[in-house]
Design a protein around this ligand. Structure first.
Ligand code: IPD
Ligand code: CA
Ligand code: CA
Length: 263
């Protein structure tokens, strides 16, 4: 059995180093941007960060599986699979907007769930992390969700999918249902940080559809460990392979589930 705290320490260390790589490319004249879809950018820094993270994880844990957003894969033969988003918030990054992160979630096949998660925001030097059953932390301090149960006083985060121009399953129905009933809705552009902001009590809740395992693996664990209920839109426990998630404190979760179900 691997030592999970050791895995988490290593994940924290490489997330911070990857964050430094991102900061070097951020707003730099050498940054190159190409497109995976009409509005889905990828930059030279995404790839640099991914290559770094992939090489470090491979070298340290050669038996672990790796699934990284920009295509790096390692099958692995052991219990653990690393879900890596080398730059979550690429649209912000490509526009020079200082809100993005590195997200690393470690999944245990044996436990059928995420057991360690790290999200690092290099612009604010905020490091969010959690081990399953061990609580959630930001820069070493315990974090906790809000206790608010009033929709009208709640600040809620969401996101919109990259195929919004060609699919009508683009979150607008859900957005229209939720927006008039809450204090306001934010679209900050990093799903991993949205989940961490729920964990830290900055947002009261977050929902999104069409997310990928690398976007949410770490953040779902961190939110859950901070006391959030993290589920799919039908209320069943979140599954990182299912591309929808609602994370909310206990007082708001049912209310938001009902709104999403009506949408
Ligand atoms: C995206 C961000 C965004 C979310 C999208 C993700 P990327 O990830 O997390 O907030 O709305 O669904 O794909 O492309 O910046 O890594
Ligand atoms: Ca992402
Ligand atoms: Ca990404």
């Amino acid at each position: 059995m691997e030592d999970l705290p050791r895995i988490l320490d290593f994940a924290r260390e490489i997330a911070q180093s990857a964050g430094e790589i991102l900061l070097k490319g951020f707003r730099s004249s050498g940054l190159t941007v190409s497109y995976k879809g009409v509005s889905n950018p990828v930059t030279s820094s995404d790839r640099e960060s991914e290559d770094f993270l992939y090489d470090r994880i491979r070298a340290r844990f050669p038996e672990h599986g790796i699934v990284a957003e920009e295509g790096s894969r390692s099958e692995g033969s052991g219990d653990f699979r690393w879900f890596v988003d080398p730059l979550d918030g690429t649209t912000n990054f490509a526009h020079g907007v200082a809100h993005f992160s590195v997200s690393i979630g470690v999944y245990s096949n044996r436990k059928q769930g995420v057991v360690a998660g790290v999200v690092y925001d290099p612009c604010r030097r905020e490091l969010f992390s959690a081990l399953a059953g061990g609580g959630a932390f930001m820069n070493g301090h315990h974090i906790r969700v809000t206790a608010s149960d009033e929709l009208s006083r709640s600040l809620i985060a969401t996101g919109f999918p990259y195929d919004k121009n060609v699919s009508d399953k683009n979150n607008l129905a859900q957005f229209n249902r939720v927006l008039p009933r809450v204090q306001c809705v934010r679209r900050f552009g990093s799903a991993a940080l949205d989940l961490c902001y729920v964990a830290a009590g900055r947002f009261d809740a977050y929902w999104e559809m069409k997310v990928s395992p690398w976007d949410i693996a770490a953040g779902c664990l961190i939110a859950e460990e901070a006391g959030a209920r993290v589920t799919m839109f039908d209320g069943s426990p979140y599954d990182i392979e299912v591309p929808e998630v609602l994370a909310a404190n206990a007082g708001l979760h049912e209310k938001l589930l009902a709104l999403l179900a009506d949408a």
